[in-house]
Ligand binder design. Sequence first.
Ligand SMILES: [Zn+2]
Length: 76
Amino acid sequence: MRSLPVPPGKCLSTEYVNSTTPMLRRCGKGHEWSTTLYLIKNKGKWCSQCSGNFPCGLSEAKEIAHSKGASADQIS
Ligand SMILES: [Zn+2]
């Protein structure tokens, strides 16, 4: 399985346990929430407050949508 690109943001947790342990993160817009590395890298989940407004470039958004089964034509 290919990993999705991780959007800009910062991990606020100092201790990494494993990919399924929730960690506090801050997105590129300053929202803070708790998520797991598994959800970010394998499910493409990012900041819930930014959902639908993915804080990355269009090409990356297409890439992510494509990996979920949508074609580039459906997005553009
Ligand atoms: Zn956000």
